[in-house]
Design a protein around this ligand. Structure first.
Ligand code: UD2
Length: 341
């Protein structure tokens, strides 16, 4: 996408910053972030003084040119001279209606990525996480109505809870097991209803287990935890027997799903964003250890209470309606993560 005025909420976060990187060379991009879990460092590639339009930094570390096509950030294309590649950064909270109003003025597209992503914190403080994950999402949807802007929202595989069958399709039963999952489910349903009730173009993307550069912090996900452990030759800690499985999707693919969602005619819908493959946590531990060349032992500890046993996306709807296919397999994704970070 090009020549659009775009707001990325949570643009300083893990997924948001990759999205900003992909969009900034071709669009007028704004970031609204309170930098509580995100950081300015995540945006250093698009805000550093050395930035030039001749060398747009691909959001996905060179995977971009595999299929070409019209996605933003396609490698090999010089940036449009009208954009200096640097987003406008608004340091503010999405729960603040004034900050949001200011950030959204005149935009035609919003990627709503801001959230409190810790499932554990949502269990400790459901109302606090509800404010950010749900109340603020409603502010975003209402602001989008004001501006007549399309909204692409970050939903989650958490909406499904423990899936009855695998792969899990968008029509599967939704029974979230945490306040976080409940909030994402409500956001996802509001998105659909805002399309039906107010004709607002919305798309909800149900992310499975996203990974990639800049995923960090205590709630960041198993791949970044294992990588850190392997690099320091510390024990790699498998919770439980390690036979549980996940569908790990590289952040560059998550970005491409967002770009597709920004242009699809199939709005008012939710789509799974995963690979359709599954990997056990035990295999993952070995993959990461081998990629690093580490001598970390692999150890087991207590399983996580309430852990989902298996999770794998049915990606046929996203493929059919968004034309979305993942490009980065887990092994090459991990190799590039090790090489780049
Ligand atoms: C993911 C999402 C979460 C929510 C949820 C819905 C991430 C980071 N989190 O949680 O936001 O959408 O899916 O189901 O994508 N593990 C270990 N050792 C460790 C850390 C984790 O064995 O040191 C295991 C953990 O017990 C689990 C698996 O790895 O079985 C994945 O854990 P996670 O926290 O990366 O992601 P998940 O699937 O719990």
């Amino acid at each position: 996408i090009r020549d659009r005025t775009v707001l990325v909420t949570g643009g300083g976060g893990f997924i948001g910053s990759h999205l900003v990187e992909a969009l900034a060379p071709y669009n007028d991009v704004r970031v609204l972030d309170n930098f509580s879990t995100g950081s300015r460092d995540n945006l250093s590639s698009v805000t550093s003084p050395q930035w030039t339009n001749d060398a747009p930094t691909s959001a996905d570390g060179g995977f971009d040119d595999a299929g070409g096509g019209g996605d933003a950030g396609d490698a090999g294309d010089a940036g449009d001279a009208r954009y200096d590649g640097s987003p406008t950064i608004i340091d503010g909270d999405i729960t603040d209606p004034m900050a949001l109003q200011r950030a959204a003025r005149g935009v035609d597209l919003i990627f709503h990525q801001a959230a409190l992503v810790s499932v554990a914190k949502s269990v400790d403080a459901p109302r606090r996480s509800n404010e950010t994950n749900l109340d603020a999402s409603l502010l975003v949807l209402d602001q989008a109505r004001q501006e007549d802007a399309r909204v692409v929202l970050a939903s989650s595989a958490a909406v499904y809870g423990h899936p009855d069958e695998l792969p899990v399709s968008e029509t599967a039963r939704t029974e979230p097991t945490s306040p976080y999952g409940i909030q994402k489910l409500a956001l996802d349903q509001y998105a659909r209803r805002y399309h039906e009730l107010y004709d607002l173009p919305t798309v909800a993307l149900r992310y499975f287990n996203a990974y990639g550069p800049r995923q960090q912090g205590p709630y960041s996900g198993v791949i970044s935890t294992f990588l850190e452990q392997a690099r320091s030759d510390d024990p790699i800690t498998i919770e439980g027997d390690g036979e549980q499985t996940r569908d790990f999707v590289h952040v560059s693919d998550v970005v491409r799903a967002n770009i597709r969602a920004a242009t699809t005619d199939a709005v008012g819908e939710a789509y799974n964003v995963g690979t359709g493959d599954r990997t056990s946590i035990r295999d993952l531990a070995e993959l990461v250890r081998d990629a690093v060349g580490s001598s970390s032992p692999i150890v087991h500890r207590e399983p996580r209470p309430g852990d989902i046993r298996h999770s794998r996306a049915d990606v046929s709807k996203a493929s059919r309606e968004l034309g979305f296919e993942t490009r980065v397999g887990l092994e090459s994704g991990i190799r590039s993560l090790v090489a780049e970070t």
